[in-house]
Design a protein. Structure first.
Length: 231
């Protein structure tokens, strides 16, 4: 039996953390693991704040300037660690069918929907992500569940996230991505492009986890590029 602390140690050099553990019997959308009778538990892995940036930003995947550098970095690390644990790695972008990471996260992590179209975490705020999951044939010991708690948004009377966007991309209850993209494309020097989404930065929760500027800039550039490719 693998202790969860051993997995944490394997992830630590990459700035990644265990975000939660699901039982195989509790995994939604069984076709993701259809025919996989070996998997007993699924360990969700991700980052909180810029913890992974020190590792990713010096990696070959970051430096080669080829597309999807962060996904390729995640794949290399996820598959290597899964191999060491006799399991396999699953990735959010790999499909169809795509593994339902957010549905899984809602079950085992302290995350909730927010008004700005991303999940908010009770401690990390809007500054976190899921990179991969480890499908393991055995059970882990030493698992500590996420603390109970309500969404921080329920206590947030002013909702500053909804007033911070310079183009009101969230003002009608959904994310008007076209408005956001037009703004980002028009001004490469805007704070959103250089420092990260202003709506996200306005949230008071998890401020100490705010992505550092080069990390935030990387995601904004990747977002703009991916939207342009789809057009
Ligand atoms: S600013 Fe308030 S409402 Fe908006 S995401 Fe943060 S906690 Fe939730
Ligand atoms: S990145 Fe800027 S323009 Fe886009 S939604 Fe966030 S605040 Fe609005």
């Amino acid at each position: 039996m693998t202790d969860i602390s051993e997995i944490q140690e394997l992830l630590k050099p990459h700035g990644l953390i265990v975000r939660g553990v699901l039982e195989a019997t509790d995994i939604e959308r069984a076709p993701i693991i259809d025919g996989d009778t070996d998997t007993r538990q699924l360990v969700l892995v991700g980052n909180a704040g810029s913890s992974m940036w020190a590792s990713f930003s010096v990696s070959s995947e970051y430096g080669d300037a080829l597309p999807h550098g962060l996904d390729r970095w995640s794949r290399r690390i996820g598959e290597d660690i899964a191999r060491q644990l006799d399991g396999r790695a699953l990735f959010p972008w790999e499909g169809p069918p795509y593994p339902p990471f957010l549905a899984w996260a809602k079950r085992v992590d302290q995350v909730f929907p927010s008004p700005v179209s991303m999940f908010i975490h009770g401690e990390y705020g809007l500054w976190h992500a899921y990179r991969f999951a480890l499908a393991l044939p055995g059970r882990c010991s030493g698992i500590i569940g996420a603390p109970d708690g309500d969404s921080p948004c329920l206590q947030c009377a002013d909702q500053p996230c909804l007033d911070a966007c310079p183009v009101d991309a969230f003002s009608v209850g959904n994310y008007r991505v076209g408005r956001c993209l037009d703004y980002l494309e028009a001004d490469e020097e805007s704070d959103c492009r250089q420092l990260g989404c202003a709506a996200r930065r306005a949230c008071p929760v998890g401020r100490s986890f705010t992505y550092q500027p080069d990390h935030a800039r990387f995601h904004m550039e990747a977002f703009v590029k991916s939207c342009l490719v789809k057009q």
